[in-house]
Write a protein that binds this ligand. Structure first.
Ligand SMILES: [Zn+2]
Length: 394
């Protein structure tokens, strides 16, 4: 799936109609969740049926396009099935699905909207009567067949309303072999170190933005609750957050693409980012470095370019000596690996990257291996905030 995102331009009353649709989506999602909590053995299909009942029961739910109602129930089901999966994998954080106070988007399938002939405008045709919006954006939708647009999603952000077109494309661009297999050690000092000793600098934009975010936060808390000035200050802060998350995505995409197009095999650590974030001292750097978003994009590009990716268990990759295998205990602050056994002296992260690569190649030779080392086929959403939400089950 390819996601094209364009900004919507309309009148205030139209935005209000979109808001109403978004609120209704969230209402249906929460109702579906409630239904699952209250009844044993509820299936996805039961939630679909519930949508029709809700439409009969509530006037506003009826206004929402029927497929959009189903999409809202789908969304509830996504949270539920993720919870089931986490339980199965016995993850420490199960992410029990929660009610959402407010939603941020509404998703339509193939009805409830239509594009103008030249595809520069979109009209919403369901009960909320949001009308016609201009599509602001450089991307040309004409490049794709209408049938390829499988869903659209209206997303509310701090700086306006956006429409995402989810387009089905079978992208396959096999590349010439590069003869390179690399192990990747994701780190705090540098964003990553590969097994050949190359390092990618950490993006410092979040830390830079941190000061201004703190300042904006202070401004919010200084304003009277419920006042218009407070609302303005909150919006200013939200815009800054948005800016940072866009920068973060851009960085992840750029680095991931570069890595994939220069390798045949990539091995990285299957980091349990959720676990790591518990440690507050580290939390900043981790969210800053955005590792999991990066590995999602690596998976994504690898699928397109036919590159093999392996995620290996991260245990002792930085402790063990890659040359002789001896376990050399070191704290996080020890930046150099010094092996008393074979006298190897190397940067801590480089040693780790080499271990990771070795582990990945070991796996590759194991025929029919199944178990925890599975390569998950994830397709990141273009919206970084959303993929983050999915990530940690907030
Ligand atoms: Zn050694």
């Amino acid at each position: 799936m390819l996601v094209l995102e364009v900004k919507l331009s309309g009148k205030n009353w139209q935005y209000e109609a979109l808001d109403e649709a978004i609120r209704t989506t969230n209402f249906v999602r929460n109702k579906a969740l409630r239904y699952w909590m209250d009844n044993r053995g509820v299936s996805k299909n039961d939630l679909q049926k519930l949508c029709a009942t809700l439409a009969k029961e509530f006037e506003w739910a009826k206004k929402l396009n029927s497929q959009a109602r189903q999409a809202a129930a789908d969304r509830a089901w996504m949270g539920i099935s993720r919870f089931y999966q986490n339980c199965q994998k016995q993850k420490p954080k199960k992410g029990y699905p929660k009610f959402k106070k407010r939603g941020r988007s509404v998703e339509y399938k193939q009805t409830g909207w239509s594009l103008s002939a030249e595809r520069k405008k979109i009209t919403f045709t369901d009960g909320f009567q949001a009308g016609t919006f201009k599509l602001i954006g450089t991307r040309d939708l004409n490049f794709y067949q209408l049938e390829q647009i499988k869903r659209i999603r209206v997303v509310k952000r701090a700086d306006g309303y956006y429409c995402q077109f989810l387009i089905k494309v079978d992208r396959s661009e096999p590349q010439a072999p590069t003869g390179k297999a690399v192990g990747i050690d994701l780190g705090i000092e540098s964003f990553y170190t590969d097994s050949e000793g190359n390092q990618i600098e950490n993006p410092r934009f979040l830390r830079k933005s941190e000061q201004s975010l703190k300042r904006l936060q202070r401004q919010v808390s200084r304003k009277k609750k419920g006042s218009n000035n407070r609302k303005k200050a909150i919006n200013k802060m939200a815009r800054k957050h948005l800016h940072v998350s866009r920068q973060r995505r851009e960085f992840a995409v750029k680095i991931a693409r570069r890595l994939v197009t220069s390798s045949d095999v990539i091995v990285y650590e299957d980091l349990k980012v959720c676990n790591l974030v518990k440690n507050h001292r580290l939390a900043k750097s981790i969210s800053d470095a955005a590792w999991s978003m990066f590995t999602d994009w690596v998976d994504y590009f690898a699928k397109i370019h036919g590159v093999h990716v392996f995620a290996v268990a991260p245990h002792f990759t930085s402790q063990d000596c890659h040359q002789c295998g001896k376990r050399v205990e070191k704290s996080l602050s020890t930046r150099t690996h010094k092996c008393p056994n074979c006298e190897l002296v190397e940067h801590r992260d480089l040693n780790a990257a080499k271990n990771i690569l070795a582990r990945g190649l070991g796996l590759k030779n194991t025929v029919g291996h199944t178990g925890i080392y599975t390569l998950e086929e994830t397709e990141p959403l273009v919206s970084s905030e959303q993929s983050e939400l999915v990530k940690c089950g907030h």
